[in-house]
Design a protein around this ligand. Structure first.
Ligand SMILES: NC(=O)c1ccc[n+]([C@@H]2O[C@H](COP(=O)([O-])OP(=O)(O)OC[C@H]3O[C@@H](n4cnc5c(N)ncnc54)[C@H](OP(=O)(O)O)[C@@H]3O)[C@@H](O)[C@H]2O)c1
Length: 263
C-alpha cells in the first residue's frame, strides 16, 4: 500500500481531476495513502471528490480552482502549492475539438495550446526542481494514441499530444539520473466526458479510466511511454508498418466520414 508513498513522497498533484481519467488517478492514489492536490475549474465536482476521498481514506486532499488556459491560472497552482512537496505530478488536464481546422477561433487555439502544452510544461519545469533536490519523484504526461497516429480534423489536438509525447520522452532521459521517473501514457478511446469523434457510445473497444490508471502504474519506473489497451497498441504498431502517409489517409477518411454523418 505504501510503496508509491515511500518511493515518490506523500503528495501528488493531479490536473484535470474533476472528471474522467484524472478523477480515477485521484481515487487510485488516495487508496494508496497519498495526499492529493486536485486541480480543475469545476469547484462543486472537486469538492464532492475531496469529501468522498477523505471519508474513505486517511488522506489530506486540497482543491485548487484554476483555469489552465491562462498563464495566471497556471501560476495560481504553483503559488498555492508553495507549502507542499509534490512527489507525483500528473499532467492530465486536456481537451480537444473535432472539425475543420479553419473553424477553430484564435481564442480556442490559444486555450488548447495553453491547457495541453503550456500548463504541463510550466508545471513540470517548476515542480521538478524540488524533486531533483530530493532525488525522487514521478511525472506523468497524458498523451494519446493520436500523438503517434495524428487524426485529420483533430489536427490541433493531435499536434498538442505529439508535443507532450516529445516532451515526456526527452525528460524521461534528462531526469532519470536524479531518480525521477517520467512516463507518457497514451490512452486510446476511453469512456469519459471527452469524446473527440463522438464514437464512444456502445463501442466495445472503449477503455475505462481505471484501466488507463492501472496501465500507468504498472509501467511507471519501467518504461518511457506506455499505450493503454491491446487494440491501441496494435494501432501504434500498424501505423509504423503502414508509414505516415497511408496512416494519415486512413485516419483522415475515417474521421471525414464521421464528420459528414454528423453534419
Ligand atoms: N478520453 C479519451 O478518449 C482520451 C484519449 C486519449 C487521451 N486522453 C487525454 O486524457 C486526459 C484526460 O481527459 P479525459 O478523457 O479524462 O476527459 P475529461 O473527462 O473531459 O477530463 C478533462 C479534465 O481536464 C480538465 N480541464 C479541461 N480544461 C481545463 C482548463 N482550462 N483548466 C483546468 N482544467 C481543465 C477538466 O476539468 P474542468 O472542466 O472542471 O476544468 C477535466 O477534469 C486529457 O489530457 C485527454 O487529452 C483522453
Amino acid at each position: 500500500m505504501t510503496e508509491l508513498k515511500n518511493k515518490y513522497g506523500k503528495w501528488a498533484l493531479i490536473t484535470g481531476a474533476s472528471s474522467g481519467i484524472g478523477k480515477s488517478y485521484a481515487y487510485y492514489l488516495a487508496e494508496k495513502g497519498l495526499n492529493l492536490v486536485l486541480v480543475a475549474r469545476r469547484i462543486e465536482l472537486l469538492n464532492e471528490i475531496k469529501n468522498d476521498l477523505t471519508k474513505k481514506n486517511n488522506v489530506d486532499v486540497r482543491v485548487i480552482i484554476a483555469d489552465l488556459s491562462s498563464r495566471s491560472g497556471i501560476e495560481k497552482v504553483i503559488i498555492d502549492c508553495a507549502d507542499f512537496q509534490i512527489g507525483i505530478l500528473i499532467n492530465n488536464a486536456g481537451f480537444g475539438k473535432t472539425g475543420i481546422f479553419t473553424n477553430n477561433s484564435a481564442e480556442l487555439i490559444e486555450d488548447m495550446i495553453n491547457v495541453n502544452c503550456l500548463a504541463p510544461t510550466l508545471l513540470t519545469n517548476h515542480f521538478v526542481k524540488k524533486m531533483i533536490l530530493n532525488r525522487k519523484g514521478a511525472i506523468i504526461f497524458l498523451g494519446s494514441v493520436v500523438a503517434n497516429l495524428p487524426v485529420p480534423y483533430m489536427s490541433l489536438y493531435s499536434a498538442t499530444k505529439s508535443f507532450k509525447l516529445a516532451l515526456g520522452k526527452t525528460l524521461w532521459y534528462e531526469f532519470r539520473k536524479y531518480n525521477i521517473d517520467v512516463i507518457t501514457v497514451n490512452p486510446g478511446s476511453t469512456s469519459t466526458e471527452f469524446d473527440g469523434l463522438g464514437i464512444k457510445n456502445n463501442n466495445k473497444f472503449v477503455r475505462k479510466p481505471d484501466q488507463v490508471v492501472n496501465t500507468t502504474f504498472l509501467a511507471l519506473g519501467k518504461k518511457q511511454t506506455v499505450t493503454d489497451g491491446k487494440i491501441n497498441k496494435l494501432l501504434f504498431f500498424l501505423s509504423n508498418i503502414f508509414g505516415s502517409t497511408s496512416s494519415i489517409k486512413l485516419s483522415g477518411n475515417y474521421a471525414n466520414k464521421i464528420i459528414e454523418k454528423k453534419s
